[in-house]
Design a protein around this ligand. Structure first.
Ligand code: COA
Length: 158
């Protein structure tokens, strides 16, 4: 398996949006929820141009992605999506580690994220801890998402 990680390019927006939908559907959510989340599951070319979005490829085919989103006070991991046919092969870990190293290289002390409840155990395996909950009701159903943080080794170079 030839796993590579590189920056996404804006022309990959459609492919990454399709990947996000496929990965989210993997948890078996009702289709009306997927439709309700359409905006959250859309990765635009503007987003790719404005943020560090990474893709993992296997034999040159996109197998996963994630994004490092920087603001003045916070660095966040978003859009962690693995193609269901490539889950549980270590690609999520490779993307997470890559993004973590990049945040460290940029001098950040912490990396935060809001997790899908089904992905919380994965992020725990990556060393993240729950620091709170984010309300995320969907179509009248009460729902909360774990807010998580990982401490970084500031100053580490890749
Ligand atoms: C969650 C997700 C990103 C994990 O990616 P992955 O490539 O399958 O994970 P990896 O193979 O790199 O797994 C790394 C470790 O996490 C564990 N792990 C992965 N998915 C897990 C899960 N759903 N529950 C518990 N542990 C999990 C693996 O067993 C592995 O542990 P190990 O180090 O002891 O061997 C992927 O399943 C996914 O895209 N899910 C659907 C979309 C989603 O919810 N994304 C996150 C949005 S916040």
């Amino acid at each position: 398996m030839d796993l590579q990680i590189r920056r996404a390019t804006p022309d990959e927006a459609e492919a990454l949006t399709a990947l996000a939908h496929a990965a989210k559907r993997h948890w078996g959510y009702p289709e009306e929820w997927i439709d309700h989340w359409r905006t959250d599951l859309t990765i635009t070319s503007d987003f790719i141009a404005a943020n560090e979005v990474f893709v993992a490829t296997i034999d040159d085919e996109i197998a996963g992605c994630c994004a490092l989103v920087l603001s003045e006070k916070l660095t966040e991991l978003e859009h962690m999506w693995i193609d269901p046919k490539h889950m549980r092969k270590g690609i999520g870990r490779a993307l997470f580690e890559h993004t973590k190293r990049r945040a460290e290289e940029l001098g950040w002390n912490t990396l935060e994220l809001t997790a899908d409840p089904n992905a919380e155990s994965f992020y725990e395996r990556m060393g993240a801890n729950r620091i709170g909950e984010v309300p995320a009701d969907v179509l009248g159903k009460s729902r909360v998402l774990p807010r998580m943080r990982i401490e970084l080794n500031r100053g580490v170079t890749p």
